[in-house]
Design a protein around this ligand. Structure first.
Ligand SMILES: [Zn+2]
Length: 216
């Protein structure tokens, strides 16, 4: 069993970038936790965004969701946030962390990537996910093959973010197209793709238990 942590700047980022892979991790019996750096949007919508995030996490079968409470558009990249993320990863004994990519036009996503990567210095496996604001310089090297069921679960989790309703509907459709495109690159039907920040193995001859396209 692996301990998985996914770190997103806003409610919905994790579902968009890694929702299918995380649902697969749960199916495989791994523990999955969400760490969300902001509560998203204006102060008045925050409790709703947080509720939606919890619903989405439930749809994916996620064990735990934790909010760090930074202000939307002001996710920092400094010692304080790095220590807070690092403390969380240490407390849950993380084996693999899913993070934002730096190749993103949104300042929160970029700083979330930098802070998360610095905080994951001692984690064996760190993979960066894409988002709708990811730039074309995002070059994936790692793919998780998704079943149709898991892709549907991902779409449903994205739609749980109802307060963004119109946008969410389009995004859910786009996510299907993206999963098909990434699947084509990986010779499978549907996939999510990642940039490898680090994959560390104690023994290079050992089977890659979690690194195939069959098992996330
Ligand atoms: Zn975001």
């Amino acid at each position: 069993m692996m301990n998985i942590v996914a770190i997103g700047a806003h409610p919905d980022d994790i579902e968009l970038g890694a929702g299918g892979s995380l649902a697969l991790h749960r199916q495989n019996g791994d523990a999955v936790r969400f760490l969300v750096l902001t509560r998203g949007g204006e102060l008045s919508d925050q409790s709703q965004r947080e509720r939606e995030a919890r619903t989405a996490a439930d749809i994916l079968g996620v064990d735990d969701i934790h909010f760090l409470g930074y202000e939307d558009t002001r996710v920092p990249y400094n010692d304080e946030i790095i220590k807070r993320i690092n403390d969380h990863l240490t407390a849950v004994n993380a084996d693999r962390v899913y993070v934002h990519t730096e190749e993103d036009t949104h300042q929160d996503h970029r700083r979330a990537a930098l802070s998360s990567i610095a905080a994951s210095r001692n984690i064996d496996e760190v993979l960066a996910f894409e988002s709708p604001s990811t730039r074309s310089s995002f070059n994936p090297q790692y793919y998780n093959s998704l079943t149709e069921d898991v892709l549907e679960q991902k779409i449903e989790a994205i739609r749980a973010h109802e307060s963004q309703s119109e946008k969410k509907y389009l995004e859910a459709e786009a996510m299907k197209g993206l999963a098909r495109f990434r699947g084509r690159q990986a010779n499978t039907r549907y996939a999510e793709s990642y940039q490898v920040i680090r994959i560390k193995r104690a023994n290079p001859g050992a089977p890659i238990a979690h690194g195939t396209t069959q098992r996330p």
